[in-house]
Each structure stands twice: as C-alpha cells, then as structure tokens.
Write a protein that binds this ligand. Structure first.
Ligand code: ARG
Length: 420
C-alpha cells in the first residue's frame, strides 16, 4: 500500500497542490470512511494540519455532534459545522424551482445544486482559518470533483486542491485496513460495501452494488426515504401548494419558510411513494451510469410549479422557456454554477416568474402525483372563451376558417410541390 499512498507528484492542473506547499488543509468532512481515512492520511503524508468543515444541507438523520467529536478525536485542529439549509433553499433551490430544473429528463439536481455551495463555504472557511489547500473526498470518475474544483478555482485562485481518493489508489479493503491501523472507528466492518449515498433537503441518490447491473430491478432495501408505492396508503391524499413569484410559500393554506415547506412536502410525498427515479445518466466526464434517486419534495414542487407557470404564460413563452430550463439544468449539472450564462438565464427566469403566483392542488396516490386544481390571478385563461357551451364574445368562431387558410398556406404549398 505504501507506494500507492504517497501524494502524487504528477500535477495536471494549475490549482492542484504541490505536496511541499501543503501546510494547513481545509477538509470537507462527512464523518464517513473515506474522509475519516483522509483526515489521518493528510496529517501523515503531508505533515500538515487539518481543519474540518461539515455542511448541513438538510441530509436526514445526521448527528453533527458525533461528526465533530470524531474529527477532533482523529486530530483535527478545528471542526466547523455549518447549517446552510436556509441559504441552500433561498439561493440554490429557489432558482432551480423557477427553472423547473431536471437534468436528463429526470434528475432534480440535488447533489449538483449542493456542491457549489459546499465548495463556496470551503473557500470561506479555508480563508478564515488560514488554510492553503482544500481537500475533498470525490473520486476521479464523478461529476462532484468537477463541481467542487471548478468552484474553488473560480472563487479562490490562491487556494490549492487535493483529492486523495483520486490519487491514493486504496480500495475499500485497504481503507478499512488503514482505518484499523490508525484507530479510526469503522462502523459495519468488512461486510459487503454499502450503497454510495449522497443526500440533502432536495433528494437522495444511491449508486454502486447491483445498481450497476442494468438488468437488476431495484432491491427493496435501497429505498430509505420514499415508501415503496406498493406499500403506500390505500387512501389518496390531496394537497395544495401556494406559490408567490415562482416560490412555494404555503402548504394547505399554511404559510411556511421554504426549508420547512420542503421538509413537510417531502414527508407527505414519501409516505405516498412519490419521488422514485431510476435514472440512466450521462455524466460530464463521459461515463454513462445508473442512479436510483428518491426526491419526494422535488416530485411535487417541480410539476406544481411548471403547471402554474404554463397557466400564466403565453403560448410563445411556453414554447421558449423549456429550452432555457434545459440549458440551466445542464450548466448546473456540469459544474458551471459560476458561469455568467447561468446568471443571465436566472434573470429571465426571475422575470417570467414574477407572474407565477397562485395555487396548485395535487392528488397523491401510490407513487403518483397529479395536478388536479389550479388558480391564479395571472392566468391567461378565460373560462367563457374556452367553453364549449358558449360562442360569440371576444372569440369569433366564424373567423376560424380564414385563420386556418392562412396559417396552413405554406405547408399546403410545400405538400403539393413534394407530392404531385
Ligand atoms: N449522479 C448525480 C450527480 O452527478 C448524483 C451524484 C451523487 N454523488 C455522490 N458522491 N454519491 O449529481
């Protein structure tokens, strides 16, 4: 192991650390096996001090006291625990909702939205604690390394990065052996590797194990957040989401802060089996992979928002915006949160969403959520115009044949040319 675990001298990018220059490291610490091994390994291999940062983005069931205790026990100089849920909701999830953000048609981007915030906080805490380097636990095969390193290189050109998992070439067995050797507590022992999980307020992903076998239908034990639809209640539930300027502000008439509202919606949706996504995904580093997502709040709030947005926008806006939504989701997926095009797009999203105020009712039943009622003061909708029951008024049915003649003119001419 020792010849594998020397810090790599080969540096490809300008922001990668020169081992001789690493003196104090800000480690993005989760308390799990990889980053715990890393905490010791960095002290040993670089003879450097380590400051830990753990960011709370609303991942359920985390005990931050235990994480902090573990960090200090493993020799951290300091351990900072930051509750960034409100900032995550206001600055990252809000624009995502306004952009109906889904990548690849299904992934609500919870991890992709969290990483630029985590990396921004790492930069702030690294500077405040006098660190020269930031370390993270991402592998060399994923998108997260792109999101974190692109953020650091953009916001803090003076800081350097190390990514030990990418260079140390230890497998899980070797990491466990290293942990035992260095007094790092390992829960679970050496049985089969667990799923690789990432989660926050907006969703949860599982990767690895049988998920990599495309022919393997999901085992029940992967679903830790959303009830399997076949186990969900036999009674449907109707809920109502209120929006103001594109932001969800109430649930069943009760006003709530966004964090609280997302948690409440997630609870209801999860109980009804809503939000399971089995996704084939094109990673930005070229790989195609399968992810199992559980995103109960997103599975309610995104379709509700999109439906209300369609109601208050014109046919032209409704044709145009999905293109921008897709571009927004791609930039964020691809780790370019700080790219000015994202902010340009946000300006458009915000402008359109100025009208997205109203209420959407949804019915949840055994894995499905369907919009059932809509109301908005800004709806471009007039029941008396749309009605089959009446005619006359502003809409003249007798004008329709003239419209059809002109509207289809070029298509008719071309058809005749090509077909006679
Ligand atoms: N495929 C998703 C993404 O690229 C989820 C990644 C989860 N990350 C993780 N380290 N487990 O955003």
């Amino acid at each position: 192991m020792s010849e594998h675990s020397q810090p790599s001298e080969a540096r490809t990018a300008s922001y990668e650390a020169d081992p001789a220059q690493v003196h104090r490291v800000l480690l993005l610490y989760s308390g799990g096996l990889d980053t715990s091994v890393m905490l010791k390994w960095i002290q040993d291999k670089y003879d450097a001090e380590v400051v830990c940062l753990t960011v709370n983005l609303g991942q359920p069931g985390e005990d931050y006291g235990v994480i902090e205790g573990k960090a200090m026990q493993l020799g951290a100089l300091e351990c900072h625990i930051v509750d960034a849920r409100a900032e995550f909701a206001a600055e990252y999830l809000t624009p995502a909702i306004r952009a109906n953000a889904l990548y690849g048609g299904g992934y609500p981007l919870f991890t992709a939205l969290g990483r630029p915030l985590i990396a921004k906080l790492a930069v702030e805490h690294a500077r405040a604690s006098g660190c020269d380097t930031i370390a993270h636990g991402c592998t060399g095969k994923g998108n997260d390394q792109v999101r974190i390193e692109a953020t650091i290189a953009t916001l803090a050109p003076e800081l350097r990065v190390i990514a030990p998992v990418r260079s140390w070439a230890m497998g899980r067995e070797e990491e466990i052996a290293y942990a035992r050797e260095h007094g790092i507590p390992v829960k679970g022992g050496t049985e089969a590797a667990p799923y690789s999980i990432d989660d926050n307020l907006w969703g949860r992903s599982s990767e690895g194990r049988w998920i990599e076998d495309l022919g393997h239908a999901p085992d029940d034990d992967v679903f830790q957040l959303v009830t399997r639809p076949e186990e969900a209640p036999d009674e449907a539930q109707e809920i109502e989401i209120g929006f103001e300027r594109g932001i969800p502000v109430s649930l069943d008439g009760r006003r709530m802060e966004l964090v609280e509202l997302i948690e409440a919606v997630a609870d209801i949706a999860a109980r009804h089996g809503v939000g399971i996504i089995d996704h084939i995904e094109d990673r930005i580093v070229g790989l195609k992979v399968r992810d199992i997502y559980e995103a109960p709040a997103a599975a309610i709030l995104l379709p509700a928002h999109q439906d209300l947005e369609r109601l208050v926008c014109t046919i032209h806006q409704n044709q145009f915006k999905p293109e921008l939504d897709r571009q927004w989701a791609f930039l964020v997926y691809a780790g370019l949160w700080w790219e000015p095009l994202r902010e340009d797009l946000d300006a458009y999203m915000e402008r359109v969403n100025g009208r997205v105020t109203g209420t959407i009712g949804m019915k949840l039943y055994k894995g499905h959520a369907r919009v059932t009622t809509r109301s908005s003061p800004n709806a471009v909708y007039d029941a008396s115009l749309a009605s089959f029951a009446q005619s006359g008024g502003l809409f003249s049915q007798t004008a329709s044949p003239g419209f059809i003649e002109l509207w289809s003119l070029q298509s008719r001419m071309a058809w005749r040319l090509h077909n006679s």
